[in-house]
Design a protein around this ligand. Structure first.
Ligand SMILES: *[C@@H]1O[C@H](CO)[C@@H](O)[C@H](O)[C@H]1NC(C)=O
Ligand SMILES: *[C@@H]1O[C@H](CO)[C@@H](O)[C@H](O)[C@H]1NC(C)=O
Ligand SMILES: *[C@@H]1O[C@H](CO)[C@@H](O)[C@H](O)[C@H]1NC(C)=O
Ligand SMILES: *[C@@H]1O[C@H](CO)[C@@H](O)[C@H](O)[C@H]1NC(C)=O
Ligand SMILES: CC(=O)N[C@H]1CO[C@H](CO)[C@@H](O)[C@@H]1O
Length: 441
């Protein structure tokens, strides 16, 4: 995987290799993005000749970079001006609808990720079925850049079970493909950051084209956040996100629904099922496309928290409930504090504490890693709210509104997934890549 990423960084030279050596079409394979994603999942399926050729090219380009720096001016400036740049700390937490509440355990109930950790293996975070049920999630750097991340989630549409289809295959497949696609994306080299809608489209096309994913559907909600703290989101259906600054929710997504409990959804309806429905009638399968996702741009500030969750959370917790949970964690650990010692005082961010969050996660830190603390706290509260039949969550209120004859008291049992990203703005001195160059000059 790592190797292939290196190979894909240089599309221009790769293309020229394609042209010069012309006749072997297999040389050009990685240029096709869909094909590249598929082969990234199975490196051994790339012909040996391609791999050897790629190694050679990769080495030559490294050599070129070293001896022919494209921006020589910066190397001469005695004191390059420091720039601020964002990096990201992330975590996911999940609970299947049938798992009883339990103390959260790393690798089972929550997973951590940073954009700043080198040589991680596996290179990106993605959900697998037994841990999160039909809800799926992912988090990854974009093309290995510590300043750019993509993350989000998808909620498998449960109704597919009636057709004998496992709804988790679609949602986990989609998230895995988004993670893999973003992780090897080479656009940054040319200054083109892939957007969340494009990422969703590529993964969706791959799911539709994948014969192993027979049918299914899911909602999708994701973001791409970058070096300058700008973030673009794409949201389709009733999963969604909030952005939280010290003491307040600064933005939230809108749910897209056709009707009560029927979210916008991506789906794959096999011809056989379509024909059956045409003849015998039956469930209507809604089928939106990534083009119908809500796309928004947001500017993050140092310490901002972006929290994505599936409807297993939003049916149970309002944005305000979620803020209360977040506030408790942030204050308990000293990340937020009250500006003065009186009630109603403004909430402030401990900027240096946020900056000191670990860049590399080791086993011992997991319990205190802030994004994981936040994700697990929200996941657990949603789970408990769901189990608490006396609590009237948003879902229960909606049921009462639409079906007053139902004596519904609690939430509906559902899978839960939460993804948290914290933006960390830090002074960047010089690029690491400039160091060897300076040494030579
Ligand atoms: C890219 O690869 C995919 C999968 O192999 C294939 O379906 C598609 O036609 C290819 N596209 C181009 C432009 O070659
Ligand atoms: C990878 O590709 C090889 C060769 O085509 C095949 O034998 C193997 O089963 C594939 N593995 C997976 C996990 O798809
Ligand atoms: C921020 O946190 C650090 C480390 O816990 C602490 O030493 C410092 O006093 C805090 N700053 C403020 C303004 O609370
Ligand atoms: C909250 O979601 C949980 C999990 O989906 C579900 O079990 C519960 O019923 C929901 N709770 C409420 C109050 O909606
Ligand atoms: C349980 C878990 O997810 N642990 C991971 C935390 O992050 C480090 C660094 O990415 C991984 O090595 C651990 O496996």
């Amino acid at each position: 995987m790592f190797f292939l990423a290196g190979l894909l960084i240089l599309p221009v030279l790769w293309l020229s290799a394609c042209l010069h050596d012309g006749n072997s079409s297999s040389y050009c394979l990685p240029l096709n993005h869909t094909a590249a994603v598929m082969s990234a999942n199975n490196l051994t399926s790339l012909p040996l000749s391609v791999l050897n050729r790629a190694t050679l090219l990769h080495r030559n380009v490294e050599a070129l970079r070293r001896y022919m720096p494209s921006v020589p001016n910066r190397a001469y400036s005695a004191n390059p001006s420091p720039k601020n740049a964002f990096t990201y700390r992330l975590a996911a937490a999940a609970a299947g609808k049938h798992t009883a509440p339990r103390p959260p355990k790393a690798g089972q109930d929550f997973w951590n990720y940073t954009s700043t950790q080198l040589n991680r293996s596996p290179p990106y975070l993605r959900s697998s079925k037994p841990d999160s049920g039909e809800d799926a999630f992912f988090a990854t750097t974009i093309g290995g850049s510590e300043n750019h991340v993509a993350f989000g989630l998808a909620d498998g549409v449960g109704g597919w079970q009636d057709s004998g289809v496992d709804p988790s295959v679609f949602s986990h497949g989609l998230c895995g493909l988004m993670a893999g696609t973003a992780n090897i994306d080479d656009g940054l080299e040319e200054g083109n950051l892939i957007g969340p809608q494009k990422l969703l489209q590529i993964a969706y096309d791959a799911v539709i084209g994948n014969p192993r994913i027979v049918a299914g559907g899911c909602t999708a909600s994701l973001a791409v956040a970058s070096k300058d703290g700008s973030m673009e989101t794409a949201n389709l259906g009733d999963s969604g996100f909030i952005i939280v600054g010290p003491g307040k929710v600064t933005a939230r997504s809108n749910a897209q629904t056709h009707a009560f409990n029927t979210p916008y959804q991506l789906s794959k309806v096999p011809a056989k099922i379509q024909a059956q429905h045409a003849i015998f009638g039956g469930a209507t399968h809604f089928s939106e496309t990534p083009a119908q996702a809500d796309v928004e741009k947001h500017q993050l500030k140092h310490g901002d928290i972006v929290l994505f969750a599936t409807d297993g959370v939003w049916d149970n917790l309002s944005a305000q409930d979620t803020l209360t949970i977040i506030t408790k964690v942030m204050e308990e650990h000293g990340y937020w504090f009250k500006s003065h010692n009186f009630a109603g005082a403004e909430t402030m961010l401990n900027e240096s504490l946020v900056k000191s969050m670990p860049k590399v996660i080791t086993g011992k830190m997991e319990d205190q890693y802030l994004p994981a603390l936040l994700a697990t706290a929200v996941m657990r509260e949603a789970k408990l709210a769901g189990l608490d039949r006396r609590r009237d969550g948003p879902f229960a209120r909606e049921v009462k509104l639409h079906f007053p004859q139902e004596s519904w008291q609690g939430g509906k049992p559902d899978d839960i997934a939460v993804v948290v990203a914290i933006a960390v703005e830090d002074v960047q001195t010089t690029d690491a890549s400039e160091k060897p160059m300076k040494a030579k000059l």
